[in-house]
Design a protein around this ligand. Sequence first.
Ligand SMILES: Cc1ncc(COP(=O)(O)O)c(C=O)c1O
Length: 398
Amino acid sequence: MSDYDFSKARFETRQLHAGEHEDLFHAGFPPIYLTSSYYCTDTETAQRLMADKEAGHLYSRFNNPTVDAMERRLASLEGYEECVSASSGLAAIAQLIFAYARPGDNIVSATKIYGGTYGMLQGDIKNLGIETRWIDDAADYDAYRIAIDEKTKMILFETPGNPLLNIVDIEKVVEIAKDAGVLSVLDNTFATPFLQPVSHLGVDLVVHSLTKYVTGHGTSVGGAVIGSKALIDPIRWGPHANLGPTFSPFNAWLMLIGLDTLSIRMERHSENAMEIANWLLDHPGVSYVNYPGLPDFPGHEIAKKQMKMFGGMLGFGAAGGYDHAVNVLDSLKLVKHQLSLGDVKSIILHPASSTHFPVPEDVKEKLGIKLEYIRLSVGLEHVADLKADLDQALRTMV
Ligand SMILES: Cc1ncc(COP(=O)(O)O)c(C=O)c1O
């Protein structure tokens, strides 16, 4: 096995190599172990493996060699010791909450987060007796302090937030969490560890929907929680092993392919999105543009401080209101109206009726998820072709 020291390697090198381990046949790419269980060489070793006193494999609900390879690579890219995957981004968040909160405890979370996470916290998690205290203005740091009490277990937040791209100052939230002795949990799905490295800021746990930029090609669903061994072990050997949100080895293999090119894709996504955001600002069919890279966008200065580039996600208002927004979505010829984000191909959707469907109308109204608002995941097509398609669709009503 190579003794290359990955702790000194740059991101671009780690995304290709970190977590490599010797394979029987010297395979140049981690093989797919579609294996459910592993025979034991002797009973003493089996018992040591079961008690996590020795690294190895017993059963693929606990861990799997292909999944391990992807987890090690992700942990390295985020700059933490350990990663535990899950069958989806929401399953990753659920297993983390199951590990760290009990009935009677509470979670403090910004309301401006992915609608599915909101729905889970307000539904299944609330039904277990774990309340969420909602912060409507995700950048009102006093509100987080006020919401925390002795039963608070974590602050859960996203930046940039889905779907409004609102920016939260990570350093400030971490400081509040540390002062209160609660966990800081950041959903880094939109930015990825390439654009937004956070381990040096002291974030306790990072969660991802791997379905998005990590896979990058819209080929599989998955999630992960990343952090210190002390914080990840209770998740892996608790809810991950006991509830079974197992991550498929085949999906892990697809994600290893995705990780190989993450930095290059994120740079081009960001360049294309920046150009389209600036172009949309002057378009007669657009009333406003949400993009963290625009100097007038609230939070731009904080985004500049904590992100390398501003990412591939943006949002805009259709100038003619809801009917115009529907016309835009239905008139696009190249860009697909499709759930999800972060694919190499551009994807567009209407958050109020899709990703944020579980959020009640009055909450959407309060948060500013308006009926004319459209969210665009800018892909890697030539930017001139994207502009031409958006232009013809936006002009249907102006
Ligand atoms: C920011 C964010 N977190 C979590 C999720 C949930 O991920 P998954 O769909 O993989 O369960 C999503 C899905 O869109 C998301 O956008």
